[in-house]
Write a protein that binds this ligand. Structure first.
Ligand SMILES: NC(=O)c1ccc[n+]([C@@H]2O[C@H](COP(=O)([O-])OP(=O)(O)OC[C@H]3O[C@@H](n4cnc5c(N)ncnc54)[C@H](OP(=O)(O)O)[C@@H]3O)[C@@H](O)[C@H]2O)c1
Length: 400
């Protein structure tokens, strides 16, 4: 049915590639293109004997629009799946426009020198994608991604109006290291060391990092401390869910993670300001990334489950109502299936599903869209089929 060009070959991309190869009816051909081609070739070597999907590989620097455009024009995919880093979003969108191909990513653009992520840079491409008759799907991992689809599904089937959304991201996994991050350490630490914020009554309320803490009893995991963070889907949901009054995002962190992070922050290791070291400029956070365990290596060691979802409050037929949609995912089951832990799995599966929605014409533009702007039903059905079955509760415990 279709062809996808996948940029990046890290933790998330590896899961998406496994899933495309399980779904050969839709993904007849894929090309894996990344900075380090050896990683792409290694994965092709593992998967080619087990799949009907034809796998090609290429070397590409996704910061270079010309190089990317040439690759896209040569390969002529139906869609480019950007599973590299948020720094590359704009160059990959530029190349998609130049080559006339649809686009999908899992994280919004963040300039490398300021740890601030916002949709404004990518939303500025709306007219260009619309005029070119192309579709760009933004933020199609789990959060953002499935959390937006959950919100759209709840609005379509459960509520007349949604007033509050609490997104709860719990990772109950244990990898046995005193400190490691479950996805790209540089992006992860930039996210969690920034100020928190939430949306209330039409404005942003800013908090200090980790200032707001709650405890929640997660099904499949148990009681965990969780902390309010700023997260990118807050920005799009605030625009796309009519009548919304408050949206918050909470993520669980263990005490050991927080103590290590505080210490690293205190000594300056999480800074993104370049320093001079033995005559050479280095960025402390990038150096830290180099000494931390590679997230891709956590798969065999991580045990436990993730539980990610949305608690929604609103009204239907004039009555107040609460509703919780969530997914529980087991780290070891993911590892047995695709050789990765659940954090990469819960991101890579929705990326494959989003690309499938575009290839099948179930999600179409033209323009630049966040996932909650599309019909959630075929995506919800695909989550159940492709490894992320969801659960619902009409009487959830609320977060105060
Ligand atoms: N929405 C969600 O739920 C969610 C959750 C987790 C992560 N994410 C996002 O998923 C993305 C991937 O995360 P990850 O953990 O898979 O990261 P990762 O393991 O570090 O992989 C990143 C990949 O991108 C490649 N890359 C980096 N710069 C490149 C360039 N200039 N040109 C070509 N390739 C380049 C890297 O190549 P090398 O191998 O050469 O380094 C690597 O293969 C990130 O944007 C992250 O923010 C989203």
């Amino acid at each position: 049915m279709g062809k996808a060009l996948i940029i990046g070959c890290g933790g998330v991309a590896s899961v998406a590639i496994h899933k495309c190869c399980q779904n050969s009816e839709v993904f007849e051909e894929i090309c894996i293109a990344s900075r380090t081609k050896a990683k792409c070739d290694k994965l092709r070597g593992e998967l080619a004997p087990k799949t009907k999907t034809a796998i090609h590989t290429a070397q590409v620097d996704a910061n270079n629009v010309e190089e990317l455009t040439a690759l896209i024009k040569q390969y002529q995919p139906d869609i480019v799946m950007n599973l590299a880093l948020p720094y590359q979003d704009l160059t990959i969108m530029d190349a998609c426009l130049a080559a006339g191909v649809h686009y999908l990513d899992t994280a919004n653009y963040e300039p490398e020198d300021t740890a601030k992520f916002e949709y404004k840079w990518q939303w500025a491409y709306r007219d260009r994608f619309r005029d070119a008759g192309l579709t760009a799907v933004l933020g199609c991992g789990f959060d953002p991604g499935v959390t937006g689809v959950f919100s759209a599904y709840a609005l379509k089937h459960e509520f007349d109006e949604i007033h509050e959304i609490d997104i709860l991201d719990c990772n109950g996994g244990d990898h046995g290291y005193p400190f490691a991050t479950n996805f790209n350490p540089e992006i992860n630490i930039r996210e969690v060391s920034a100020n928190g914020s939430y949306w209330e009554d039409g404005r942003w309320v800013e908090t200090k990092p980790m200032e707001i803490k709650r405890e929640y009893d997660f099904e499949g995991v148990g009681k965990k401390d969780m902390y309010l963070l700023h997260h990118e889907e807050l920005e799009s949901l605030a625009k796309n869910i009519p009548g919304i009054r408050r949206i918050r995002f909470f993520m669980t962190f263990g005490q050991s993670y927080l103590t290590h992070l505080k210490c690293l922050e205190n000594v300056g290791m999480t800074s993104i300001e370049p320093i001079l070291y033995e005559g050479r400029e280095i960025v402390p956070l990038q150096f830290l990334k180099a000494v931390l365990p590679d997230p891709a290596s956590l798969g065999p060691r991580t045990v436990g489950k993730t539980n990610i979802g949305c608690i929604l409050r609103g009204v239907t037929d004039g009555k107040e109502k609460d509703y919780y949609l969530y997914n529980i995912c087991d780290h070891q089951e993911c590892y047995r299936e695709v050789g990765s832990q659940a954090v990469s799995y819960t991101t890579g599966v929705p990326a494959m599903i989003g690309a499938m929605m575009v290839i099948k014409g179930l999600w179409k533009g033209p323009g630049v869209f966040n996932v909650e702007e599309f019909d959630p039903d075929p995506f919800m059905e695909a989550l159940n089929r492709w490894g992320l079955p969801w659960k619902e509760s009409h009487h959830p415990v609320l977060v105060d």
